[in-house]
Design a protein around this ligand. Structure first.
Ligand code: 5AD
Ligand code: SF4
Length: 466
């Protein structure tokens, strides 16, 4: 039986898809390249914004169509949206399985039942904010399967924490992923060792607030800096990243010290600010001010020379005036991020902001602020990327570049003959600091390190020659 998997959402979801893939393969399923050739279609979903959910709903509309000619195809909705909407999703007859993030260890069983017994099932957590009885199964699932099935060669995600307790007022995560749980260091290390044995060179440690990782055992409390140091000792692992960091003092110095002292830990920090207005930050239940945030950024730059920092921002949060927005613009100008992700506020049912605050910033205003903020950042990214011209960078190659980006880079770095183009196509990789690098080289370099001399840049991409 063949399964087609489609993933929406963040790295957590990508990791879940990798785990589900491994589980299904172990249960005897194989992967299909498209829905057409599949007996089972699983959609791993995201609820972070309404738009993410709408994409899934239109995907289901498309599957409804397919199901007319292939009535036996099994359709499963897994992940955050499954947990959020539960039985509502099963009202759509296209859907056979609804499986929340905490129930993915049961996925092979659920799919088998749906295929053999034509059974439609709802598997979600009833009281998501209580300590989950599924925790043990999830922990086992996490460590038994080793995400070899991640799409990028030599790279893997490892979850160090599940859930979130922070309750930013706009955020759905605590309601779909449950309370914060840090995983035992021994299990994490064991898992990374296994990944390294399978050829993984870059491991990215994942947590909603990864810098608040904390685990006490045998009289010792481990923080993220301890994990970084233990993972650094694993042979075969060459680069270590961690996402996403919350702007907080606790453990911050230790983490920066680990970054500065441990050569394998990449000098990269993803630390969302969300807004530059203290009034909005307060309404978001973010426990810092704009000046505190900038202080943390300064500290990172002092301790880790060459560190690249990226951020997330939200525009159009309830009550955001032009003046508040200008404060966000000036924070972006001061922080000098490598890049930023900017989102328009989207009310999420059940969150405090949705219950208490009116979504009073119009769509047009949100759009304008979004475009403006991206333009401000683009100028900064452009300046920062230009500093690479003429320099050599070490790149972990991901594989073929999906977009033919080099064509805009001038004839020089584009192979002249078709034959050469075939032997040396456009590859894409990243530096330790997460800069995207595009260059020509053999496909066999995927999963390997390469040295690239940068000849040209765009705001988000460095172009060069091996
Ligand atoms: N509306 C818009 N953006 C959101 N994010 C989280 N919740 C919402 C929401 N309700 C953004 C934040 C977060 C990123 C993953 O998504 O910026 O950092
Ligand atoms: Fe990831 Fe949050 Fe979206 Fe879930 S809701 S997939 S945790 S971004």
């Amino acid at each position: 039986m063949k399964v087609f998997l489609q993933t929406y959402g963040c790295q957590m979801n990508k990791l879940d898809t990798a785990l589900v893939t491994s589980a299904l393969k172990k249960a005897g399923f194989s992967l299909a390249d498209s829905e057409k050739g599949a007996d089972v279609v699983l959609i791993n979903t995201c609820s972070v914004r309404r738009h993410a959910e709408q994409r899934v709903l239109s995907h289901l509309g498309h599957l409804k169509h397919i199901k007319k000619s292939k009535p036996n195809i099994v359709v499963g909705v897994i992940g955050c949206m499954a947990q959020r909407l539960g039985a509502e999703l099963l009202e759509d007859k296209t859907v056979d399985i609804v499986c929340g993030p905490a129930q993915i260890p049961q996925i092979a069983e659920l799919v088998t039942k749906a295929l053999q017994e034509k059974k439609r099932t709802l598997a979600i957590t009833e009281k998501i904010r209580q300590k989950s009885p599924e925790d043990e199964a999830l922990e086992k699932f996490e460590s038994v399967f080793d995400s070899e099935d991640s799409q990028v060669p030599a790279q893997a995600y490892v979850r160090v924490m599940r859930g979130c307790n922070n309750f930013c007022t706009y955020c759905i995560v605590p309601y779909v992923r449950g309370p914060e749980v840090s995983r035992p260091p021994a299990a994490i290390i064991e898992q990374v060792k296994r990944l390294a044995g399978n050829g993984v060179k870059l491991v990215t440690l994942l947590g909603q607030m990864v810098n608040s990782y904390k685990y006490s055992t045998c009289g010792k409390t481990y923080c993220l800096a301890d994990l970084l140091s233990m993972v650094s000792e694993i042979e075969g692992i060459e680069w270590i990243r961690f996402v996403t960091s919350y702007p907080a003092e606790e453990f911050y110095e230790q983490i920066l010290k680990a970054m500065a002292d441990l050569p394998k830990v990449c000098n990269y920090l993803h630390m969302p600010a969300q807004s530059g207005s203290d009034k909005i930050l307060k309404a978001m239940n973010r426990n810092y001010t704009a000046s505190k945030y900038l202080e943390l950024i300064d500290k990172a730059r002092e301790n880790v020379p060459g560190i690249a920092i990226s951020g997330d921002f939200m525009v159009g949060f309830p009550g955001e005036t032009e003046e508040d927005f200008e404060k966000t613009v000036s924070l972006v100008q001061s922080a000098r991020y490598k890049n930023c992700f900017v989102f328009k506020y989207s009310p999420r049912p059940g969150t405090a902001a949705d219950k208490r605050l009116q979504d009073d910033v119009g769509e047009e205003v949100k759009k304008r602020r979004n475009i403006k903020l991206l333009a401000v950042q683009e100028e900064i990214s452009d300046e920062l990327s230009k500093e690479f011209i003429g320099k050599k960078v070490k790149v972990l190659v991901e594989g073929l570049s999906k977009k033919p980006r080099l064509s805009s880079c001038g004839e020089k770095s584009y192979p002249p003959s078709l034959k050469l183009r075939r032997t040396s196509p456009q590859l894409v990789g990243r530096t330790a600091e997460d800069w995207i690098v595009v260059f020509n080289g053999p496909v066999s370099l995927a999963g390997e390190f390469a040295k690239v001399k940068i000849t040209r840049t765009s705001p988000l991409t460095l172009f060069g020659e091996m």
